[in-house]
Unconditional design. Sequence first.
Length: 243
Amino acid sequence: MGVWSRCRSFKLWFQPRQAAKATPKTPPRGAGALEAMSAERSPTVVPGSAGRYPLELPVGYARTMVSDAELYELAARVGHKLRAAGRRIVTAESCTGGWVSKALTDVAGSSQWFECGFVTYSNAAKVRDLGVSAGTLESFGAVSEQAVREMAEGALRVAHANVALAVSGIAGPDGAAPGKPVGTVWFCAAAREGTAIDIIAEEQLFEGDRAQVRSRSVEHGLRLILRLDLPVRPESSPRTQPV
């Protein structure tokens, strides 16, 4: 279940093969017949496999939701990274509605590295709770790089944490705008070290229904935290007992 990003779409071209004689197939019967016919009519072609026609894949293409087990595994990795670095995280969520916080706190012991989470769904909440500029929202919209940057920076400031993740997007089915189709999601992961803030901000475009867009957003947000440069905190040297 890969996630394609960065460009709106791309094409993979394959060299045609010599056509083989078609042999009639017996239609599948019994249990699983519908699934078998569906798979036959819509084969999945992946990079590196043989094919005859160009394949166009949208950014963030995904057929299924991310499973709870996958999210738990990612959240546990995030927790391990934060604990090793001696960091505490705060989340600022819009379209995911607290799902990132839920995934993180599913991990036992998360109180050691999870500070709190903000669900700022409305523009008014973003301004009131995180200090996002009303001018930013008016000029660029809530689903923009500028907005998620201010959400992340505001969350760090208000919560006194040192790592933040901000998510804002259009989960659908409504809400699309020119240049921002349903499935557009902006992310910002930020790590504060003293007065400096290291930021990763990027846009993704996910396909699928509302639930799929939101679950993919949670997954990508967790992966974004793992990409932050968080040096491991040096452990104190163990004391040696006198001989």
